[in-house]
Design a protein around this ligand. Sequence first.
Ligand SMILES: Cc1cc2nc3c(=O)[nH]c(=O)nc-3n(C[C@H](O)[C@H](O)[C@H](O)COP(=O)(O)OP(=O)(O)OC[C@H]3O[C@@H](n4cnc5c(N)ncnc54)[C@H](O)[C@@H]3O)c2cc1C
Length: 349
Amino acid sequence: MDSVLVLLHTESDGSLAKPAFEALGAARKLADALQGSLTVGVVGAAVQAAADAAAASGAARFLGVAGPEFGQSRYATDAAAAEAICKAGGASYVIAPGTSRWCRVLPGVAARVGGQADTHVTGLSAEGGITATRWYYRQRMEAVFSRGQRPWLILLDPGSQPAWSGATGSAHVELLDVPVTAALTRTGVTGVQAPSAEEQTIRPDADLLFVAGAGWTKTQSDGKAHTDQAAQLILDFLRKSRASLGSSKSLVDQSTEGHGVLPFMSHLNQVGQTGATPRHPKGLATCCHGEEPHAVGWRFITERRAVNLDPSCGWSRGKADVLYVADAFQVMSRVNDLLAERAAGDRKQ
Ligand SMILES: Cc1cc2nc3c(=O)[nH]c(=O)nc-3n(C[C@H](O)[C@H](O)[C@H](O)COP(=O)(O)OP(=O)(O)OC[C@H]3O[C@@H](n4cnc5c(N)ncnc54)[C@H](O)[C@@H]3O)c2cc1C
């Protein structure tokens, strides 16, 4: 009988992040469809808390590789740990969250265990055999495919699956012994350089994606550009709403060509054909035209709204669910006021 292994890694505090619960949910569903057993495998500095968080998933086995050397993202130790869990689990299907940590390691692990790996999978189906779904050509074509080789390692794109939830319990974890040789730990993480949480504008878990377009820096009706005001309105909105910030290509290109426009914007914020295709429940585009390349970046946004002065902009041609034909400076200023009023009301209660 086919069995399923879900392969997870802990976060630095020993917990599991949302993509891990999404993979767990998909693995549970697949095991049910196959009428096979589910094994949960966890890698981390300590794995008990993570296994306990998955205890109610009905997994038949919990396998772990734990120790300080397995707490950090490092190819050699991650690959050795994942290989040990795959071999001990002996499953036909290995489901894992498509985090940067696992995407780097699992294709190599597939070679070590004689299997095959697929990344960026967005769906699994058990109808007429097990098939996976993924997008190609910058999210323009969706393919449904299957593989005969086992184990099949499947990395699920974060945000593509509903997250599993269940009560925390007490899991019996079989800890596997993976010898930590000097060769495995030759590379080490000495520190992390990242913007502080306040400065961080890309928030994959945010409910809202706020996209700024080049219009924010263009000459306005008074004959002047108001870039400083635009920066202040956008940052104020992000602080108050905790939305994630996206950008059109035109706007990020301006900032990297030395124009000093919207300094907090980088190519990492760019959404679209040559940018990211994030997954948020809602999206609000402001001062951007919304033509086809940009709409590619919005493919996985469930509810799309836009603010544009031009009633004939690309958004009005079926790209947005709601288009507000309005001045984004005025709209966002009013939205920020309303958010401030709401926050003041919350504080009083
Ligand atoms: C190969 C290739 C790949 C590309 N990849 C991408 C990509 O990944 N992502 C991407 O975004 N683009 C991409 N582009 C570029 C894309 O085709 C567009 O040129 C770009 O998206 C336009 O950016 P924009 O809408 O911000 O700017 P513009 O087209 O300049 O639009 C600005 C908009 O702001 C509006 N506006 C101005 N002032 C206000 C105001 N006060 N209130 C409200 N609205 C206002 C205007 O009406 C206008 O519609 C790509 C192009 C090519 C050729």
